[in-house]
Design a protein around this ligand. Sequence first.
Ligand SMILES: NC(=O)c1ccc[n+]([C@@H]2O[C@H](COP(=O)([O-])OP(=O)(O)OC[C@H]3O[C@@H](n4cnc5c(N)ncnc54)[C@H](OP(=O)(O)O)[C@@H]3O)[C@@H](O)[C@H]2O)c1
Length: 287
Amino acid sequence: MIRNETYTLSNGLAIPKIGLGTWLIPDNEVAAAVKSAIELGYRHIDTAQAYGNERGVGEGIRGCGVPREQIFITTKVAAENKTYESAAASIGESLKKLDCGPADLIIIHCPQPWAEFRGAKRYFKENKEVWRALEDAYLAGKVKSIGVSNFLIDDLVNILEDCRIKPMVNQILLHIGETPSSLVEFCKQNDILVEAYSPIAHGAALKNEDLARVAAKYGATIPQLCIQYTLQLGTVSLPKSSNPEHIRSNVQLDFTISNEDMAALESIGQDYGEDSRWPVFSGKRQV
Ligand SMILES: NC(=O)c1ccc[n+]([C@@H]2O[C@H](COP(=O)([O-])OP(=O)(O)OC[C@H]3O[C@@H](n4cnc5c(N)ncnc54)[C@H](OP(=O)(O)O)[C@@H]3O)[C@@H](O)[C@H]2O)c1
């Protein structure tokens, strides 16, 4: 059962292969989604300071009836915090809002503030400072693992060249139609686990007729095909849903995509069409 399967991070910590994404689930609704997911066997929840729902995620975890130590919680230092002090304060605020003891994973949400995403200023010096705050939180036992998100190869090299603790994950945009293979390979070589965010292309994959045909071949839905694809690449998959039926079916993955289909899916491009307005693709807003 995929719900029970884990990867092992470079520090030995087990991380469930599938996590529930919670971006855009409001604070007052997310506890229900979290409880529903945990009841259905999920043991990994992904939130962020920027999602404004850490309080509700914590409420869902505390009230779900499963012991805290069996659940893996990830949160993120907001992309706009680019000093040691603001990052350390952000970590403290997140832990307080979650109110679930030490977090399992805290990551830098983005190498640049969202308003400057993939712009000319790279924030290399600032990211070293933010990383130092994460390392200190890790060494103080406030968090069990640390990592980054949306980091490109040179952003990672910047941290790797003089860090005390290597990033354990890089959470990146990865779905059929958007597979940054060299970045994934670089992470593998450096023992950094890749987490695939927006595995269903933020919902855009649902309208793709080519994917519908491949999914039908496996008796699967498009979301199931998309999630299985990310898992077969050896990445953590973070599908978001607040619909209990979707939450349930997204972990019913009893098929294997053939090598031939994996290669074909890995090489296709994606035209997001009207969905390119979404900030996850334009990168111009907090995600
Ligand atoms: N680190 C970052 O910068 C970053 C950026 C973006 C996302 N993330 C993380 O990754 C998570 C997932 O990404 P995402 O929220 O962009 O999108 P996603 O998981 O690719 O897609 C979510 C969309 O698909 C729908 N959906 C899910 N399962 C479905 C099913 N079985 N049938 C039909 N529709 C289904 C959801 O609607 P329903 O709710 O109605 O099911 C929602 O509209 C986020 O929630 C967040 O935790 C991280």
